[in-house]
Design a protein. Structure first.
Length: 685
């Protein structure tokens, strides 16, 4: 009996265990079924996307940067492709050892290492950074054969910006450079962040910076299938990038190159403007620099040489250099007097060679003849005394109110960044500029020197050129523009940028004619008569000599006793032709002395180019560089005979736009066409 009960108990325990095991198995299968159902149904879409992302990568396609061409279609900035050796620091265990091993395969100089370290510090979030650029085919082959040794190192094809003319027009063109961290943060916070995915270079200066939005283009993308190691194995879908638009400058680059050559090794600036449209024909700052040096990161030696030079080649003197205008200010003072009814053209002033005021003797240059001056003769012979007395009669605030509409002391609004406002003084300005009460007071003696363009007066050549254009055109004003139009590479549409008229200056035609005729007299019988002798056109002008440093009471200036950087500046403002001005110009040659000897000859040759289609002879260019020229010597040449540096080519704008619209990447440097070949200056390091 006991045995039967034991058997029954064993059976019950067995059945309980069997039921529990079965229940457990069913529960497990139930949970598995639930999980599978959840994953396959509820989470299907999310997991499908995640799985696809593990297999597919979206890669941005950086667009070809737009061309920059001059008004005649000469290419000033283009692109070419080359191979770079790039490192991805996140995938490299020992970076220094890897670089040392790479140096056994590919030539890596100390400057390459320094630049890479700087890029590491500035661009920590970038996936890959170049250690060497512009690899030769042989170097690419050597690395490819040993690539297995270098995980995290790749050779990539990159587009490089090229400035075919080297240092010609460098200040107006600017340059592009690698995006730094601050710029990257700003882009990430902007509406254009998506369009800059994959972009590593942006405009840093000049036209490249100001017209970045036009030149950059629209970024495309492609979906690629990747391997487990992340390497692309197959392209699935592509949306091509749209190249940047073509920016057509108003600049005539041959004229620009001619003027730069006329300066030689001297420092200075020149701005030439068409008064009928505001288009800038030449925008010169000397000395220049080679923008190609900056494209891929300038090396420390070149940067030190440029940055520490006494000549300040990186300073855009046309845009940011401010100077006292000297006697070039006198025609504007005369115009202000007429407009304010302070003097008539026939008012006579005796010029004994000096002017006494408050016990101070205000002198005149020793070469001035003096005598009885009316307004015309005072401008033609540049009488200081006439304009000393005029400034005293008008006062600083009336001078300011009359001349501010010409653009003095304010930004012109030109289409590049970095312009300074200069200074046209007033009593209100002085109260704002100084903190101490005795410094805030305007003294009557300070007004006297304003009449001859000295004292607090300080303007850019851009301001002087636009003011001359306004005066010569009878008050008509345009915003100065370096860009003439934008050509859309896809549609071929042309968008005009220049010829934007602004509120004119209210000038009486008969009074304007008085000043224009007096300025014409300067070129016929005045201070620039020798320079414009035999010119095939009539022009108006005014020479000027401005002090670089102040002189003490009764101290006489002597160029031989001061250092070269402290000598007087030579200036000239002019317009031509006389009756219907097509060009207005302002020129300064720093520390070169008299305006008639250094600045006016440059303006004469610029007018000959624009109005007569002539380029001076080589002997005349040499004499102008030396500051010993007057009227041109030798046999003039045709403008097409003026050779440009490098090998720029001449690409009609329509053709350039059409070729850019294809989106095709330029050929490697070894097979570039004439219009694409780099030249003119050292290649980027």
């Amino acid at each position: 009996m006991t045995e039967i009960k034991n058997v029954e108990q064993e059976l019950r325990r067995f059945h309980t265990r069997l039921f529990a095991a079965a229940a457990f198995v069913l529960l497990c299968f139930g949970l598995l079924t639930f999980r599978l159902t959840h994953l396959q149904v509820a989470k299907h879409e999310e997991l499908s996307v995640r799985a696809e992302n593990n297999r597919i990568a979206v890669v941005p396609i950086v667009p070809n940067r737009g061309l920059i061409v001059d008004r005649n279609g000469v290419v000033l900035a283009n692109n070419y492709s080359a191979y770079t050796l790039e490192l991805m620091p996140a995938r490299i265990d020992d970076l220094e050892a890897t670089i040392n091993q790479l140096a056994e395969v590919i030539d890596i100089q100390p400057r390459d290492r320094k630049r890479f370290k700087r890029l590491m510090d500035e661009s920590k979030n970038f996936e890959s950074l170049p250690i060497r650029t512009k690899l030769t085919d042989e170097e690419v082959a050597r690395f490819t054969a040993q690539r297995y040794r270098f995980p995290g190192v790749e050779v990539k094809a990159r587009l490089f910006r090229n400035y075919p003319l080297g240092d010609v027009g460098s200040h107006l063109l600017g340059y592009i450079g690698r995006i730094n961290q601050a710029e990257k943060d700003a882009i990430d916070d902007s509406e254009s962040a998506a369009n800059y995915r994959g972009t590593e270079y942006i405009g840093k200066l000049g036209i490249e910076q100001s017209y970045e939005a036009e030149l950059h283009g629209t970024t495309g993308f492609e979906e690629v299938e990747t391997s487990a190691s992340g390497r692309a194995v197959r392209r699935l879908h592509s949306n091509p990038a749209t190249p940047g638009n073509t920016v057509v400058l108003s600049i005539d680059i041959r004229l620009q190159a001619l003027v730069e050559s006329l300066y030689g090794d001297r420092r200075g600036a020149l701005v030439a403007i068409d008064p009928r449209s505001g288009e800038v024909l030449a925008f010169v700052s000397k000395p220049t620099f080679d923008p190609n040096l900056f494209v891929d990161g300038i090396d420390s030696e070149s940067w030190k040489e440029l940055n520490e030079s006494l000549d300040k080649p990186l300073l855009n003197r046309a845009l940011r250099g401010t100077y006292p205008p000297g006697s070039t200010f006198k025609p504007f003072m005369a115009m202000a007097a007429l407009n304010a009814n302070k003097r008539s053209p026939s008012t006579l002033i005796n010029d004994p060679g000096f002017f006494m005021f408050g016990g101070h003797r205000y002198g005149s240059p020793e070469n001035e003849r003096g005598g009885i001056m009316d307004m015309r003769r005072a401008i033609v012979e540049s009488s200081n005394v006439y304009f000393y007395t005029l400034a005293n009669e008008m006062g600083v605030d009336l001078i300011h109110d009359q001349l501010a509409p010409f653009g003095f002391g304010r930004k012109t609004g030109i289409d590049v960044e970095g312009e300074v406002s200069g200074l046209l003084p007033s009593t209100q300005w002085k109260r704002r500029a100084y903190k101490r009460a005795d410094q805030q007071k305007w003294y009557a003696g300070e007004t006297i020197s304003l009449g001859i363009g000295q004292g607090y007066n300080s303007f850019t050549m851009l301001q002087l050129a636009t003011a001359t254009a306004t005066l010569s055109s009878g008050g008509q004003r345009y915003e100065p523009r370096l860009v003439r139009r934008i050509d859309d590479v896809l549609t071929g549409a042309q968008r005009q940028i220049s010829a934007h008229a602004i509120t004119p200056v209210d000038l009486k035609p008969d009074q304007v004619e008085v000043i224009r005729e007096a300025m014409h007299g300067v070129t016929v019988s005045g201070t620039s008569a020798r320079v414009f002798a035999g010119a095939g056109y009539q022009s108006g002008g005014k020479t000027g000599t401005a002090q670089a440093v102040g002189l003490k009471q009764n101290e006489k200036y002597s160029a031989n006793r001061v250092q070269e950087h402290l000598r007087d500046h030579a200036l000239y403002v002019a317009f031509a032709p006389l009756e219907n001005p097509q060009i207005a110009v302002a020129v300064i040659v720093e520390n070169a002395g008299w305006g008639a000897g250094a600045a006016a000859p440059i303006a004469r040759r610029l007018f000959d180019y624009v109005l007569l289609g002539q380029v001076p002879s080589e002997e005349d260019i040499a004499a102008t560089r030396a500051g010993t020229s007057a009227a041109p010597i030798g046999t003039p040449r045709h403008i097409q005979d003026l050779a440009l540096p490098g090998n720029p080519g001449l690409v009609p704008v329509a053709i350039a736009a059409a070729s850019a619209a294809t989106g095709a990447r330029p050929a490697p440097p070894s097979v570039l066409t004439t219009a694409e070949a780099p030249g003119g200056g050292a290649a980027p390091p």
